[in-house]
Design a protein around this ligand. Structure first.
Ligand code: HSE
Length: 411
């Protein structure tokens, strides 16, 4: 029997307790031992829970219990999760977390402590919810040099964009629905402003390229400025709008990484990933493109990835799994202004398209019915993003109103 503790009994934590209970026999068959929930840490009361006798409000009950070999951290946020996880690792306990904020902010340090203490720090659920991606990348694709990773990494924003695209739903209504369904973060700003997707692409980039990529070194844009008009222009250009996290290894050895909404061509494998589903494309030199697809948010999908890590920790109580990256300082990342892209631009004003053509050179005009007479949209050729912003300023100086700009994804 292996004793485990679960820190947090929210959406994911209660899912972990549920799967460990309902799938007890299945897990026993896989592990050959029982996984026993000894403590559940939460400040709230759960008098109706069948696990009512397991609850504690005191972290000391876990850290001082030598029988607890694996601790699950599903509290979310950095405080007190960071301190608790560090203490658990230093006490020789393996830790499993779904907390992408924690891994993106402190992954290198926590992996180093785990290495030092010869225990495991696993975080499959931190990216892609129920989709296996950390383990496939660190094990199954290990023979590859990874060139690029691009993905729809946030279920909430994908749900919102799907509702806008398919049902013409307004942004706020779609967000409310995603919150009601339990996909959104406690503070949904992290979803809609792209920070959640940023944390996830940082984790994948750190894993793929061996150096920690911190979120504040990654240019991040969310979806709050996307309008139904943009959605219709995307449709007219045979694309859909998706929030994409993307990292690419350049010939220089540096990486080009960003999070932003993009026009995704309908023929791309990422275009049909809808609702709360996530999709992640990993481009390896031997495999070519491998695409991972599944539910990126929600109680049981995410808990399933957590429980798989718990089983893995239980199987490796005396050995460390090789999952590691070194610390990084951002020197391997190019400025986002140097990142090359084509961009969709929606404009308003007299002779706006003529002025755009003079400034941008060759442009592709997007035609759409039922637009105001002085409104137009076009797509630029590919150029460094810094050049795009300079030309946008020049356009504004010509008296043209720029209503939106969205990158065209090369996906
Ligand atoms: N808020 C996150 C999402 C939850 O919507 O994807 C899963 O990480």
């Amino acid at each position: 029997m292996v004793s485990v503790a679960i820190m947090g009994h929210g959406v994911v934590g209660s899912g972990v307790a549920e799967i460990l209970t309902t799938h007890k026999q299945k897990l026993f068959a896989s592990l050959g031992e029982e996984i026993y929930i000894k403590h559940i840490l939460d400040l709230r009361e759960f008098p109706d829970s069948p696990l009512v006798d397991k609850f504690t409000k005191d972290f000391n009950d876990i850290i001082n219990d030598r029988e607890v070999r694996v601790v699950v951290e599903v509290m979310g946020g950095l405080n007190p999760a960071y301190d608790f996880v560090k203490q658990c690792l230093k006490a020789g306990k393996s830790v499993v977390t779904s907390n992408k904020e924690l891994v993106a902010a402190h992954g290198a340090e926590l992996l180093a402590i785990a290495k030092e203490e010869n225990v495991n720090f696993l975080f499959e659920a931190s990216v892609g919810g129920g989709i296996p991606i950390i383990r496939p990348m660190s094990q199954c694709l290990v023979a590859n040099i990874v060139y690029e990773i691009a993905g729809i990494l946030n279920g909430t924003t994908n749900f919102i964009l799907t509702k806008m695209i398919e049902d013409g739903m307004q942004f706020e209504d779609a967000l409310k629905l995603a919150q009601d369904l339990g996909f959104a973060e406690r503070n949904p700003a992290a979803d809609i402003e792209g920070h959640d997707a940023c944390r996830k692409i940082c984790i994948l980039a750190s894993l793929a390229f061996g150096k920690h990529v911190y979120p504040d070194s990654v240019h991040t844009e969310g979806i709050t400025n996307i309008t139904l008009e943009d959605v219709k222009y995307a449709e007219a250009f045979n694309c859909v709008i998706k929030l994409i996290g993307k990292v690419k290894r350049l010939d220089s050895g540096k990486i080009d990484i960003l999070v932003a909404p993009m026009f995704v061509p309908k023929m791309s494998q990422l275009a049909n990933i809808d609702n709360e589903f996530n999709g992640i494309m990993v481009r390896g030199d031997c495999t070519g493109d491998v695409v991972f697809y599944g539910k990126g948010a929600g109680k049981l999908p995410t808990a399933s990835a957590v429980v798989a890590d718990v089983v893995d920790c239980c199987k490796h109580l005396k050995t460390r799994k090789f999952l590691f990256w070194a610390d990084g300082n951002g020197s391997n990342i190019i400025p986002y202004t140097e990142s090359k892209t084509a961009v969709y631009v929606r404009i308003k004003g007299e002779n706006a398209l003529d002025k755009a053509e003079k400034i941008f050179g060759a442009i592709s005009v997007i035609k759409r019915e039922d637009v105001p007479a002085d409104e137009a949209a076009f797509v630029t050729t590919e150029m460094p993003y810094g050049d795009i912003t300079e030309k946008i300023e020049a356009l504004k100086n010509e008296g043209v109103e720029v209503l939106s700009t969205i990158r065209i994804g090369d996906l």
